[in-house]
Design a protein around this ligand. Structure first.
Ligand code: CA
Length: 423
């Protein structure tokens, strides 16, 4: 399958990450800061509230779903509604398609807006945020650093998608700057802990699966059902305070070290756009228990990169890897989540776990790239880094490379502000 051409010329450009094949969903903010659902096409966005109001699209629910500043109402309608709206939008935006939009100048003026002229808001209200630990290279590297080579992978790792419940309250959209966290710190030679700014601030390159339709409390779902519940995927940076984490994490896992910020891309790429890029999880060392077995390929071939820019300087790409490195898919993680009776809801966000390749320049966290700070990296600006400094901006990017087109997620970016002075 090649490029689907649009009458919006910029969508057909080879470098566009938003061709007609993509049509990712987001929420843009108008001049007054009010949000409205939209799709990206080329360098434009289409206001879905306007199209729905004019009767050009109908998600099939009893009430409008695009008259609210989040995608949750649309997501909750489920896969048939998602397919219906996507097919209709494709027809309205395709070269030679329905001219109800392209042929109506008043409507064009109201619904078609340059991306450069708007700010993007949070695309959906995050229900709950669960973060997993499903990258084998990452888990192995971290395990070697913390427990030694012999005990790198915990004994449960090859059998269970390990996760923990994170904070939905501080999941923010790309472009939201945040302060370096304060927390309890205790170095190996300190007798007692102190309280102050994190000194080992890190990133985690992840994908986030966005739950579209939920499941009832007490009702497990199969991996196939879980896949159908997923609305789409975002880029996700699970910022991490390594020194706070090292002191607090036993025995219940990360807490404050991960609770201060999690950044997602402004665009949710629908599963339909990713279909041509499906790929399988790797060979299993141990056969998975039946409830975790996949009926087909559940990962995606998505090229990923991490760029770091010191304040006022050009960025350096510090890592390149691919989502296909994961050991467990988001569908498996979702099925596992529901397997014990946990209710899953529209807007729940599942972090994949840090995505690292085998090589040093394919690792998705500074902890691994610099081997806990022992091997600083050189930036093109002439500076070096072990962990993040104030003023640093980190940008995640993702791209599925099709035949003559690219599916992108937009930049997932955040800047580190100095720590808040603690009273
Ligand atoms: Ca993580």
């Amino acid at each position: 399958m090649g490029l689907n051409k649009s009458w919006i010329e910029s969508a057909n450009a080879a470098e566009s990450q938003f061709p007609l094949n993509n049509l990712p969903y987001g929420v843009f903010l108008d001049e007054d800061g009010a949000g409205s659902p939209c799709v990206a096409i080329g360098d434009m966005i289409v206001d879905l509230g306007v199209l729905e109001d004019e009767g050009l699209i109908d998600a099939g629910g009893e009430d409008p779903v695009f008259d609210v500043p989040f995608l949750n109402e649309f997501m909750d309608l489920g896969k048939d509604a998602w397919a219906e709206v996507r097919a209709r939008l494709t027809d309205l935006l395709a070269e030679g398609g329905d001219d109800a939009l392209s042929g109506n100048s008043d409507l064009l003026e109201a619904a078609l807006i340059a991306q450069a002229d708007v700010q993007m808001g949070m695309p959906f209200v995050v229900g709950e945020y669960t973060d997993f630990y499903a990258g084998r290279n990452h888990a192995t590297n971290v395990g070697i650093m913390f427990r030694g080579k012999e005990n790198a992978l915990p004994p449960n790792w090859l059998h269970i998608p390990i996760g923990y419940n994170g904070r939905a309250s501080t999941v923010v959209v790309s472009g939201t700057d945040f302060h370096r966290p304060n927390g309890q710190l205790k170095g190996p030679n300190d007798a007692v802990p102190s309280f102050g700014p994190c000194k080992r601030l890190d990133i985690e390159l992840e994908m986030g699966a966005v739950v579209g339709t939920g499941s009832a409390m007490g009702k497990p779902v199969s991996v196939a059902e879980a896949d159908e519940m997923i609305f789409g995927y975002v880029l996700l940076n699970d910022w991490s305070a390594r020194d706070i984490q090292a002191w607090e994490y036993q025995p219940l896992g990360p807490f404050q070290a991960k609770a201060f910020a999690t950044t997602i891309s402004p665009w949710v790429v629908p599963k339909a756009a990713l279909e041509p890029f499906r790929c399988s999880t790797p060979e299993r060392e141990f056969e998975l228990l039946p409830y975790l077995q996949e009926p087909g390929p559940m990962l995606y071939n998505i090229d990923l990169e991490v760029a770091l820019a010191p304040e006022g300087k050009d960025e350096t790409v510090i890592s390149r890897t691919n989502y296909n490195e994961m050991y467990y898919s988001s569908a498996q993680q979702l099925a596992h989540h529901a397997s014990g009776g946990c209710e899953m809801s529209t807007g729940d966000l599942l972090g994949s776990g840090t995505i690292s390749g085998v090589e040093k320049d394919q690792r998705g966290a500074l902890l691994e790239i610099t081997w806990a700070g022992a091997e600083p990296i050189e930036l093109e600006s002439g500076e070096s880094r072990t962990f993040l400094e104030d003023g640093d901006t980190v940008t995640l990017r993702g791209a599925c490379k099709g035949d003559g087109f690219t599916i992108g997620f937009g930049d997932c970016t955040g800047k580190i502000l100095p720590a808040v002075k603690f009273p």
